[in-house]
Design a protein around this ligand. Structure first.
Ligand SMILES: Cc1cc2nc3c(=O)[nH]c(=O)nc-3n(C[C@H](O)[C@H](O)[C@H](O)COP(=O)(O)OP(=O)(O)OC[C@H]3O[C@@H](n4cnc5c(N)ncnc54)[C@H](O)[C@@H]3O)c2cc1C
Length: 289
């Protein structure tokens, strides 16, 4: 049996390089000012999909909602082995919180059509909410399993997975279709294939073509660039009031880099008493417990 898999990936600011102009005066993230990377746990999500493809056969469609330059993570997905990629990009989606993001993603998934599995990362390193996966599953009214670090079995229309919780290991068996969110412990993402990189290195979306000019698209058949599908709010029949900032009850007020100064740390005696006093202090500050 071959599977239809949709992988949700996000292009994120490289949070190790947050600069002073990271935020716009209106409190939204200034994404164009920040170096961007492939969200790490989304590489693990794509790797799980590729492992299913290797073992059972699958068609992998990678979907991302983001600004026009989010095609970078889609090109990377093609280099890694994705069969198709879709960019959901429209000014109306800008500054979306998780509610508005999952709304747009769920409509795009409905437009893609049949699927057996949706696989996303546990969380994105910028928003860090881990909410988009579960919210998208809810909007599609399908099963979900989050924080999955092992797919144990896939057969006869059902799946068995292991997930790590605060209370230990949990094994879940559920019917397809299902949405999974994958942790970094699940696998080690494979490197991009040289052959696929050469094939797709010129892939572009039509909203980028102004960077390349019409000649680029007229190149002969052999070098014709792979066109990345781009959908806007009309293509997915989205209600604009449920998209972007207007569809987002949560707005990020401020983000800043927290760099601990020497004065702010203290040495703990390496003994049971030292450990006990540390735990008491952390509990009294409601950091744990
Ligand atoms: C510092 C900061 C704090 C924020 N706090 C909140 C908050 O408290 N509540 C809130 O609603 N919003 C918040 N946001 C906005 C939030 O980041 C965006 O809504 C974002 O699009 C999705 O949330 P996330 O980054 O937490 O993703 P997560 O929910 O952590 O992402 C989980 C997975 O969902 C998939 N996914 C997420 N975004 C996309 C996408 N654009 N395209 C495709 N797949 C995707 C990926 O597989 C990803 O691994 C915050 C943003 C920032 C920068």
């Amino acid at each position: 049996m071959s599977y239809n898999i949709i992988v949700l990936v996000k292009q994120v600011p490289d949070t190790k390089n947050i600069t002073v102009d990271a935020m716009k005066p209106d409190g939204t993230v200034n994404r164009s000012a920040l170096p961007t990377i492939f969200n790490p746990e989304d590489l693990n999500a794509l790797e799980e999909a590729l492992k299913i493809k290797d073992k059972y056969g699958a068609k992998i469609t990678v979907l991302t909602m983001g600004p026009p330059n989010a095609t970078d993570v889609l090109r990377q997905s093609l280099f890694l082995g994705a069969d198709d990629v879709i960019l959901l990009s429209d000014r109306k989606f800008a500054a979306a919180d998780t509610l508005a993001t999952s709304y747009a993603l769920s409509l795009a998934i409905k437009k893609i059509g049949d699927f057996d599995l949706i696989i996303g990362g546990r969380q994105a390193i910028d928003g860090d909410t881990a909410q988009v996966g579960p919210q998208t599953a809810e909007k599609l009214n399908i099963n979900q399993a989050t924080c999955v670090d092992k797919i144990v079995k896939l057969s006869d229309g059902s799946i068995t997975v292991n997930r790590t919780t605060d209370y230990g290991l949990e094994t879940i068996k559920a019917k397809l279709p299902i949405l999974l969110t994958i942790t970094a412990d699940a696998n080690i993402p494979r490197p991009p294939s040289v052959k696929k990189t050469l094939t797709y290195k010129n892939a572009i979306s039509l909203i980028e073509k102004h960077n390349y000019g019409d000649e680029y698209l007229k190149s002969d058949n052999n070098n014709k660039p792979f066109i990345i599908t781009n959908w806007d709010h009309k293509d997915i029949k989205a209600q604009t009031e449920r998209c972007g900032l207007s569809g987002s009850p949560t707005q990020v007020k401020k983000i800043e880099n927290i760099v601990l100064e020497a004065g702010e740390s203290k040495e703990i005696e390496n003994s049971d008493d030292g450990l006990r006093s540390l735990i008491v202090e952390l509990m009294s500050e409601h950091i744990i417990g």
